[in-house]
Design a binder for this molecule. Structure first.
Ligand code: ATP
Length: 133
């Protein structure tokens, strides 16, 4: 069977290094499915779940922005942070979501609000990946 090597890398080191038969990623332009043999490309990613399918199972990894580089046999994701469902601290994510929701009410400045919205998106992404385990 044709496979892809998938590497998800953050400043803390590699988070995922695996073979896959397909991945689905959410780029800034929308969702894309990548099979082995895909043409080479680079795209910015949204905060979202990256789905990795191998054999008959699918794992979802929480990826917080960054870039995806696709080559026919290798996919590399570079992100500031990423976690597998098993490494997500759900209490921390819920706390971060609560904090961000409270801050959304109190902040006025547009740049501050944008930062808090991103904080909330990361927290919600972690919660959704954890709950979909
Ligand atoms: P927090 O406010 O809880 O620190 P954050 O969204 O600001 O969350 P990031 O800046 O995205 O955190 O990540 C900093 C580091 O902490 C990264 O290594 C990331 O993987 C890790 N991290 C953040 N939240 C969690 C979590 N809920 N579970 C596991 N690791 C986390």
């Amino acid at each position: 069977m044709n496979t892809l090597q998938v590497n998800i890398v953050t400043p803390d080191g590699p988070v995922v290094q695996t073979e896959a038969s397909m991945i689905i990623a959410t780029t800034e332009a929308g969702e894309i499915g990548i099979l082995p043999g895909h043409i080479a490309m680079v795209a910015p990613l949204q905060i979202g779940g990256l789905r990795i399918t191998k054999n008959d199972s699918t794992e979802v990894v929480a990826v917080h922005g960054g870039f995806i580089e696709v080559r026919p046999e290798v996919v590399t994701v570079l992100a500031q942070s990423a976690e597998t469902a098993a490494t997500i601290d759900i209490a921390r994510a819920k706390e971060a979501a609560k904090r961000a929701e409270a801050e959304l009410q109190s902040k006025q400045d547009a740049a501050e609000l944008q930062k808090v919205e991103l904080d909330l998106k990361r927290a919600m992404n972690r919660i959704s990946v954890y709950e979909g385990r």
